[in-house]
Design a protein around this ligand. Sequence first.
Ligand code: PMV
Length: 357
Amino acid sequence: MVLKMDFCTKRENLDIDIVNGSCEWSSPSNIALVKYWGKKEGIQIPANASVSFTLTECQTKTRVSWSKRTKEKDRFSFLFEGSEKKSFHGKIEKFLDNVEQYFPTINQLSLLIESSNSFPHSAGIASSASSMSALALCIVEIEKFLFKDLSQDTFLKRASFFARLGSGSACRSVLGPVVEWGVESDLFASSVESIHSDFDGFCDSILIVKDSEKSVSSRAGHGLMNDHPFSKARYKQAEANIGKMLDSLRNGDFRQFGETLEDEALSLHAMMMTSSPGYLLMAPNTIILIELVREFRKQSNIPIYFTLDAGPNLHLLYPKKFQLEVKNWIEDSCSNYLVGQKVIHDKLGLGSVGGLL
Ligand code: PMV
C-alpha cells in the first residue's frame, strides 16, 4: 500500500471501476472561544486564528451511499430527517465543486446524502459546522475506499481540510476536545495539546433565547469585515486573545479564560453592530441574561462565563463540578427569558474521530 498522499494533494481524475457502497459519520457542533470573523482571499481562509470547544450532544449524523453516475443520475440527492430539503442544495453543490478540485473522481459518483441532527431542528443552534464536518468525513471515507492510500493522519487532516471548504468553522468539528485553526495552519484544524485537567468534561449550557433563523447569515457577516473600519484592530485583538486563551487553557486559569471568552463574544457582536450596514443579532433577553450571569458569578463564586455565536443564544461555560448548582440556578432564574424554557446541556467532547483514536 502506498501512503504518499498529502492532505491537500490534487488527484488526477482516474477512470476507475466504481463499486457501490455507503458510509456513515457523526460529527458534533463546536463553540468558538476565540472567534473566526472575517476571511482572507481564497476558500474560507480565516483572517485570524480561532480556538474552540468541541461539543458532545449537538451532533449531525450523515450517511452517504454512492453508485456510478450515469447520464440519468443526479450528482447528489439530499434527505434531511427523511425528507428532501432543497434549501441545503446550493451549499452542498458549492461544497462538491470545491472538493472536486482535489478529488475529481467524486464526479463519477452519484451520491445519496441522508442527514439528521440530534438536537431539535429549530433550536437556534447552527448546524453548518456539524453537518459539513460529517459530510466531509464521509467524502474522505469514500476516497479512502476507492484509492486505499490515506494514512490515519492524512485522513484526519484531509477531512478537516475538506470540511473547511464547506464551512470554515466545520474544520474544527472533526477533532476534539479543544481545537485550533489558524495557529498551525489556515487550511485545516488541529487539537490543542496539554489542556489542564480542570477543563475535563467542561460544561456548556446553551440558553435558547430565540429559535428562529438569524436575519443576517455568517457568510454576509464575514464579508462585511472586508471594509470594516475596525477590522485591523479586531484581527490584532484576536491574535492577542489566542495567546491568552491558550495560556489559560494550559494553566487552568479560569479567570483569564472567562475574561477572554466574554471579551471575544462581545467583540464579535460589536463588529456586527459597527459594520456597514450595522446589525444586531443579540435579543433583549440576551442582554438580561448576560447581566444575570455576571451577578450569579459574583454571588456564587462559580467560574461561569458566557459566550455567543453569531446569534442571540447564550452559551454558559463552567467546570463540571458545578453542574447541579448551575442547572438549578438556570431553572430558577433564567427559564422565563428562554423560548419554551429551552436549555441544551452540552459538554466538551472528543470530536467525530475521538472514539477511533
Ligand atoms: O463557519 P462560519 O462561516 O459559519 O462562521 C462561523 C463564525 C462564528 O461562529 C461566529 C465564529 C466561529 O469561529 O465559529
